[in-house]
Design a protein around this ligand. Structure first.
Ligand SMILES: [Zn+2]
Length: 526
């Protein structure tokens, strides 16, 4: 049975942008807003129109865009002390943003009123009442964020309640209890929300931060205690430790607790949404993120894989496909043949004793002994499978490459790279100058192949890692393992591996695997 409806409020484009390393261009923000709309998010907080031109530009552009379901909201604070709301620059900026919904933040904790606003408790209430009622009179839907609500309540519950009632009387459509410092624990949230008088308050929303690691738990317990709106961000990004993670809250409340939300029909899009937002911010997706992380449904030990083949639910808390994720069987020394059967399943049904499984098993073991590791390089393993199944189309063949490093007493080091590739019986030449050897090789390879394969332009190298495999064999004889990550503009990402005693050769192998994987999987799939 489905329980009551919960309103979903996303603040990735406002609070999420306060997070470390998170930055979006205007076009990123518009694209993310559309993805959130497709997901079924009810409110999308677009930013703080007064803070800078980029934020104001978002609202100007958002007005021209069509959103199917979501309402775009602008964010700002209540008016300054001693002014009228209609004359206040924050309130005017909210109106000028032209959104149907506005979010107004006001102080709830007396100490903040005294030390930050430097005004009286009564004037703070008037500032809130005046700001909200003015925006209501201008025809806006108003969401009132009670900043530091939980800390304010712990300090003086009567004043915090007064602020809540003021917001309600001013006509707020939602009053949102914010745990701005993120220090509140779930049992406190439960106790405080249950002690609120249900009858004389506008519908309650909640906004949690993850400073105690309880952002999601606090949100869920608040909904169970009666709140009807939950605020959060995609991937849990936000100031300090982040905001409550909507990628975890949504499946928890929809799949486990049976609440109704406008995203319930789209939960399969969640993994792709999470990765899309990561790619836009150019942040490597967190593999360990619940539900949507790459590791969320990964299995390593061969025995687990055997059990999975018998019944999924014995080893997984939900079916990975419900959130658009997929089960991954990690390739490791522990892996048995059932792992390989599973990896092969996207190409057809193969028996454990089939020749192809035997061949792959043998080649995997040989590669592992040579230093390869495919757990974090599934794209390279996929190419091995394609080669075995004769489903592999080569991109081009290496004739030779030549790389030269130079440094002078006045200039920093540089690399010059040249290479010959053979393509359809012809020789093609590429050349580049770069700083690092891998960057130079990548650029020379692109120079040679781009005229024949325009897709190369749309993919970028996002991460590069090197590990020395046998550091005890000091000097030039030690082997290195290189991992390279690539991604495209659609949010696909893939990883490859190369191993050699020469770091450039190891990198070359991983680079070629990356391009060939993309070519075989997305450009010319068979
Ligand atoms: Zn916040």
């Amino acid at each position: 049975m489905t329980k009551r409806k919960i309103c979903l409020f996303d603040t990735t484009l406002r609070d999420g942008m306060q997070g470390i390393e998170v930055s979006f261009s205007l076009s990123d923000k518009i694209q993310i807003a559309h993805k959130l709309d497709e997901m079924g998010i009810d409110f999308i907080e677009g930013g703080f129109p007064l803070s800078n031109e980029k934020e104001a530009a978002f609202f100007a552009q958002a007005k021209k865009e069509k959103f199917r379901h979501a309402e775009i909201a602008s964010f700002g604070s209540s008016r300054k002390p001693g002014r009228k709301a209609r004359e206040d620059s924050h309130i005017r900026a909210l109106l000028e943003a032209g959104t149907s919904t506005v979010v107004v933040v006001g102080k709830t904790w007396k100490a903040h009123v005294e030390k930050v606003l430097r005004t009286t408790h009564e004037e703070n209430l008037e500032m809130i009442f005046d700001s909200l009622s003015f925006l209501k009179s201008e025809g806006r839907k108003v969401i009132f964020d009670l900043e530091h609500f939980f800390d304010g309540w712990k300090d003086d519950p009567a004043y915090a309640l007064e602020v809540l009632k003021t917001g309600t009387q001013a006509g707020a459509d939602w009053v949102v209890l914010c745990d701005t410092n993120g220090g509140t624990l779930p049992m406190e949230v439960d106790r405080i929300i249950r002690s609120l008088p249900a009858e004389d308050l506008a519908p309650l929303g909640v906004h949690f931060h993850d400073d105690t690691g309880n952002g999601v738990a606090n949100s869920i317990i608040a909904l169970e205690a009666g709140a009807g709106q939950v605020q959060g961000t995609i991937n849990g990004w936000g100031e300090r430790c982040g905001n409550a993670n909507l990628c975890v809250i949504i499946p928890n409340i929809a799949l486990k607790l049976g609440y109704d939300t406008s995203a319930n029909g789209n939960i399969k899009k969640l993994t792709s949404l999470s990765r899309f937002v990561s790619e836009k911010a150019n942040i490597i997706p967190d593999k360990r993120q619940p539900y949507v992380g790459e590791a969320a449904f990964s299995h390593k030990a061969g025995q687990h894989v055997d059990v999975l083949a018998k019944a999924d639910y014995l080893m997984e808390h939900i079916d990975s496909r419900l959130v658009g994720n997929e089960r991954r069987i990690l390739l490791s020394e522990l892996a048995g043949k059932s792992t390989i059967v599973d990896k092969l399943s996207r190409y057809g049904n193969f028996d454990k004793s089939s020749e192809i499984v035997e061949t792959l098993f043998k080649s995997l073991k040989e590669k592992e002994v040579a230093g390869y590791e495919y757990e974090a390089a599934e794209a390279s393993f996929d190419l091995l499978i394609r080669k075995c199944l004769k489903l592999y189309k080569p991109l081009a063949e290496l004739g030779n490459y030549h790389l030269e490093s130079y440094k002078t007493w006045v200039s920093p080091s540089k690399n010059v790279g040249r290479l010959f590739m053979r393509l359809n019986g012809k020789e093609v030449l590429g050349a580049a100058v770069g700083i690092g050897p891998v960057e130079t090789l990548d650029a020379a390879l692109r120079d040679a192949l781009l005229p024949f394969y325009p897709f190369i332009k749309a993919i970028t190298l996002t991460d590069y890692k090197v590990r020395v495999l046998n550091p005890e064999a000091a000097g030039s004889a030690s082997k290195v393992r290189v991992f390279i990550s690539f991604s495209d503009r659609l949010g696909n990402s893939w990883d490859t591996v190369g191993v050699s005693e020469d770091i450039v050769e190891a990198s070359w192998d991983a680079l070629m695997d990356s391009l060939e994987y993309y070519y075989n999987t997305f450009v010319e799939p068979q």
